[in-house]
Design a protein around this ligand. Structure first.
Ligand code: NDP
Ligand code: GDR
Length: 372
């Protein structure tokens, strides 16, 4: 039985990847952080009682800032594959906590690679690094492919640049099977609540149910190439099954604005929006409401405004990936189109919002606010 170790198993990608590898028959080990409250919601459904015979999903306490902990876990597990998905992954937050972001997102990768080498696992253990389209930042070529020069625009992206190159370096220096997936944005109903797509689907579902008055957004002109996380974790695994390690861009090759994603999400709720004004004065007003998903709204309500607090000190305005290499060499094509993904996210968030609205109707408190 193959063994995989996933850092960031409690995150969006980690949870889908754990499911995927369990289905493939792997024994899956994940690193979770100690927190003062439960942080395993995304993997609770695949939890297996460690006392049971043949449990194949095992969690270990750990942190990418702690080399001795990483070394011990690697020594215990002796994994065939390591997926380094753990990160302080929020670009805006990286401007607030640049040093911590560098420690986890850059040094964390080095700690893992060194631990593999130190334990003499460099010929056994294959290594996947969660690299990112944020490396392209201020884009030098469109669409972006494996050979496009990098120009990172945030402490997050600069830290990930280090991880990209240290992964390449360990491959070249020590012959390790180590590779980078340069993944463009990918989303799902499990996406963290403060990333733009989830902020929109969750916010609009709450507004439709009368739980929040308005969505406050940053730069809605930003253009992104959005895919579905389920499609992207499949590719993470495929990258470790090749004869030789190589780096791949994973993207859909299609690009839309944040404004377009707001309009799609609203339409899923039966809300037709009109955008007016420009810059910080832009607003979105309800033009019409159809169906029963948005009982709290009527024509004329303003449900989106710009709050410059969400502008970033340096912005990545546009990203568009070229997944040709992944298609040609690995036969990978994304299966879930962005609008279908948007519909799935809205449907899930609407379920929660309806439940919360019912609780509120019966005088209970419900948590709805989100920063992002
Ligand atoms: P999430 O933010 O959902 O998950 C990040 C994971 O990392 C969580 O499990 C988190 O734990 C864990 N983590 C954070 N800090 C540490 C630490 N100090 N030590 C150990 N674990 C830590 O990210 P995604 O699942 O969306 O992304 C997975 C990876 O892919 C990340 O590295 C991200 O930067 C990268 N990436 C993501 C893209 C995307 O569009 N989603 C695109 C390209 C790259 P906890 O649950 O406790 O917070
Ligand atoms: P990104 O994702 O920065 O691309 O990083 P995010 O969803 O946070 O932002 C996408 C774009 O939307 C704009 N935006 C807003 N973003 C947030 N979060 N909140 C807002 O209110 C808002 N308004 C507009 C942003 O300015 C940006 O242009 C994600 C993360 O998953 C990274 O870890 C990963 O590496 C990259 O995707 C690829």
């Amino acid at each position: 039985m193959k063994k995989a170790l996933i850092t960031g198993v409690t995150g969006q990608d980690g949870s889908y990847l754990a499911e995927f590898l369990l289905e493939k028959g792997y024994e899956v080990h994940g690193i979770k952080r100690r927190a003062s409250s439960f942080n395993t919601q995304r993997v609770d459904h695949i939890y297996q009682d460690p006392h049971a015979d043949h449990a194949r999903f095992k969690l270990h306490y750990g942190d990418l800032t702690d080399s001795s902990n990483l070394t011990r876990i690697l020594q215990d597990v002796q994994p065939d594959e390591v997926y380094n998905l753990g990160a302080q992954s929020h670009v805006a937050v990286s401007f607030e906590s640049p040093e911590y972001t560098a420690d986890v997102d850059a040094m964390g990768t080095l700690r893992l690679l060194e631990a593999i080498r130190f334990l003499g696992l460099e010929k056994k253990t294959r290594f996947y690094q969660a690299s990112t389209s944020e490396l392209y930042g201020l884009v030098q070529e469109t669409p972006q492919r494996e050979t496009t020069p990098f120009y990172p625009r945030s402490p997050y992206a600069v830290a990930k640049l280090y991880s990209y190159w240290i992964t390449v370096n360990y491959r070249e220096a020590y012959g390790m099977y180590a590779c980078n997936g340069i993944l463009f944005n990918h989303e799902s109903p499990r996406r963290g609540e403060t990333f733009v797509t989830r902020k929109i689907t969750r916010g609009l579902a709450n507004i439709a149910q009368g739980l929040e008055p308005c969505l406050y957004m940053g730069n809605i002109d930003a253009l992104r190439d959005w895919g579905h996380a389920k499609d992207y974790v499949r590719m993470q695994w495929m990258m470790l099954q090749q004869a030789a390690a190589e780096d791949f861009v994973i993207a859909t090759g299609k690009q839309y604005s944040v404004r377009q994603f707001i309009a799609w999400s609203a339409a899923e709720l039966g809300i037709h929006l009109e955008f007016s004004g420009s810059g910080v004065d832009e607003i979105a007003t309800v033009a019409a409401v159809e169906g029963d998903k948005a009982p709290a709204l009527k024509a004329g309500d303003v449900i989106m405004r710009i709050d410059p607090r969400y502008f970033r000190p340096a912005e990545v305005e546009t990203l568009l990936g070229d997944p040709a290499k992944a298609r040609e060499k690995l036969g990978w094509v994304p299966e879930i189109p962005v609008q279908q993904m948007c519909a799935e996210m809205v449907a899930e968030d609407l379920k929660t919002a309806r439940r919360h609205a019912l609780l509120k109707e019966h005088g209970m408190e419900v948590p709805v606010s989100v920063e992002g």
